[in-house]
Design a protein around this ligand. Structure first.
Ligand code: URA
Length: 279
């Protein structure tokens, strides 16, 4: 044995870079399949190859099915850009394809509670090419049951706000997250990331005159910012050249009455952007 091999042996590493004690444990738990004997010489290593030490459970994961060594699921980092194959596929869907893709989506953990409770995602409601597309956070259980976003007290407030500027008819309502979140908790970054391509395609197909964004997470997705509503609401923004007005969520306004007067100014900005579009 050369000096390097002696040191490795001393460290408890066998030539395949797996600690001997772990290897013995794995072999005792379930013998790995023995490959058929071959007389062929091992393939030469590429030039410059240097072996990488990997943990024993990673090296043997494909061979051993012992639950003790099940590798953890791979979860994409929450801030990873979503321009992947899935988003590209969604970005060319027709309206019907998009609807079907949303209703059968299993891209994040929310589908587990949805399927367990036989619930359906809430796609959105309203006419095509609306004057306004309202974007909120996520449906609650009533909204899920009735397949309609913005019901209840918050929904009534939203309708009254839109009626006050004469825009209650041509409105499409949707949320960034299509599934109900447990106990009305905030959507998680990974859930937003998976749902965002659906919302983006919905906007492209609907072609609203203006976007009225009343959800922090939709805002973050469309404007790619971490700024709060309060810092963004006084400016006119655009998403793919569609005017975008930021305001408070009606659920928030129910608990924070003084901000209603600010929301009124947001509605006036919304009305002005629609009027400008209609000129
Ligand atoms: N209901 C919704 O559907 N979305 C919200 O953001 C708030 C209430």
């Amino acid at each position: 044995m050369n000096r390097r091999a002696l040191i490795l042996d001393e460290l408890g590493l066998s030539p395949v870079w797996i600690r001997k004690d772990i290897l013995a444990e794995l072999q005792a738990a379930e013998p790995a399949p023995i490959p058929p004997a071959s007389n062929a010489a091992p393939a030469p290593r590429p030039q410059g190859f240097s072996p990488v030490v990997v943990a024993a459970h990673q090296a043997l994961a494909p061979l051993v099915s012992s639950p003790k060594f099940t590798p953890p699921p791979v979860i994409a980092p929450a801030n990873q850009p979503v321009e992947d194959e899935r988003s590209k596929h969604i970005s060319i869907m027709s309206w019907e394809e998009l609807r079907n893709a949303v209703s059968s989506c299993t891209a994040c953990a929310l589908c587990q509670s949805r399927q367990k409770n036989s619930e359906q995602p809430v796609f959105g409601t309203g006419p095509m090419q609306p004057n306004i597309m309202v974007l909120g956070e996520a449906p609650d259980s009533d909204e899920e049951a009735q397949q309609t976003p913005f019901l209840g007290e918050a929904g009534r407030l939203l309708d009254n706000m839109l009626a006050a500027i004469g825009e209650e008819q041509q409105v499409y309502k949707a949320n960034i997250i299509k599934c109900r979140t447990p106990n009305k908790r905030n959507p998680q970054a990974a859930e937003v990331l998976q749902c965002a391509p659906f919302l983006k395609r919905q906007i492209e197909l609907l072609q609203p005159k203006s976007l009225f964004v009343v959800g922090r997470f939709a805002l973050k997705t469309l404007l790619e910012t971490d700024e709060p509503v309060s810092a963004l609401r006084e400016n006119l923004h655009h998403y793919k050249q569609i005017p975008l007005i930021v305001s408070y969520n009606p659920s928030y306004l129910l608990r924070n009455l003084p901000d209603k007067s600010r929301a009124w100014h947001d509605l006036l900005r919304l009305k002005a952007s629609i009027n400008k579009h209609s000129l």
